[in-house]
Design a binder for this molecule. Structure first.
Ligand code: NAD
Length: 282
């Protein structure tokens, strides 16, 4: 019998905790503020930005939205980031990815001041995560760790297999699981015998970007299955990277899509914004 890990429920408890922290900060004259930059009109990005705005409202965080046209130049984008970097009332800066192809993502991410980098994508913050000494954690992997903690799933000595090696999910996920003393394997598009590797996993994190990629024959009985994928398919519905209906019969714990990792990512962003405000205001 599997247990559903509800990102909706757990993220609500995180956001309630953050809202309490925000109340306390406001009593001391500090109002945390998150600035979100969106370039172009990608429908999925618009939905994500809107959800972040709603979460800010819930937590009492001031949110600023900067919409740039799809043909915005690198200079325009950079100068907006620099303006927000020097604005003391802004604590967190987030540039919604992906950017239109003509813009250099790396250049923008490197420009955001590390203490305002609430996504934890700046090389300085990434370095801190590598050595396990950090202020911010990247939102999706940190949200997953929060879910595992909430469900009392201990990673010590466990075989954790992460499918996907992106800078946003796979790689930082590996660092956080290592910090909890797991034995971590990171798989990617060149991995040989993926099925055999995944079959040994006590915990599987799927971050591939392919609907229903992880099938029931790949996982072992009792595995914990964390589905990061968000794939909009031809029927207009959202699917994860895991074949949920088939895998749930073998899993001990499993996250749904939607309502799993997605809400946790946003809740962690709220937490990071409050952390940023606290650091900046001493
Ligand atoms: P990405 O495209 O940067 O990386 C995908 C990874 O999958 C790559 O490392 C690649 O090597 C690996 N891969 C591709 N084909 C493979 C194969 N056949 N076998 C093994 N590995 C393979 O993607 P990403 O940014 O890490 O995102 C992954 C998914 O997670 C996407 O669906 C994305 O939308 C979703 N996502 C969700 C959240 C959330 O909050 N829920 C956050 C970030 C990303």
């Amino acid at each position: 019998m599997f247990k559903l890990i509800s990102g909706k429920e757990i993220s609500l408890s995180v956001k309630e905790r953050v809202a309490e922290e925000v109340k306390d900060l406001k009593k001391n004259g500090i109002e945390p503020c998150l600035a979100v930059i969106l370039v172009g009109d990608d429908p999925a990005s618009k939905v994500y930005v809107n959800n972040k705005k709603k979460a800010c409202e819930f937590c009492g965080i001031r949110s600023l939205e900067y919409l740039l046209p799809a043909d915005a130049s690198q200079e325009e984008l950079n100068s907006l980031v620099e303006k927000l970097n020097s604005d003391e009332s802004v604590n967190g800066i987030l540039c919604q990815l992906p950017l239109p192809a003509h813009l250099d993502e790396k250049e923008v991410l490197n420009l955001i001041k590390p203490e305002k980098d609430v996504d934890a994508f700046h090389p300085e913050n990434v370095g801190h995560i590598m050595i396990g000494d950090f202020n911010f954690l990247p939102c999706t992997p940190a949200g997953i760790m929060e879910m595992l903690k909430y469900e009392n799933i201990c990673l010590d000595g466990k075989n954790c297999v992460i499918i996907g090696r992106s800078n946003i999910v796979g790689k930082p996920m590996a660092m956080l699981m290592l910090k909890e003393n797991a034995t971590v394997t990171v798989c990617h598009s060149h991995t040989k015998n993926l099925k055999e590797v995944v079959a040994r996993a006590d915990v599987v994190v799927a971050a591939v970007g392919k609907a229903k990629f992880v099938t029931a024959d790949m996982i072992k009985d009792g595995a914990v299955i964390i589905d990061v994928g968000i794939n909009r398919c031809e029927d207009g519905k959202l699917y994860g990277d895991v074949d949920f209906e088939a895998c749930k019969e073998k899993a001990s714990y499993i996250t749904p899509v939607p309502g799993g990792v997605g809400p946790m990512t946003i809740a962690t962003l709220m937490q990071n914004t409050v952390t940023a405000a606290k650091i900046q205001k001493g």
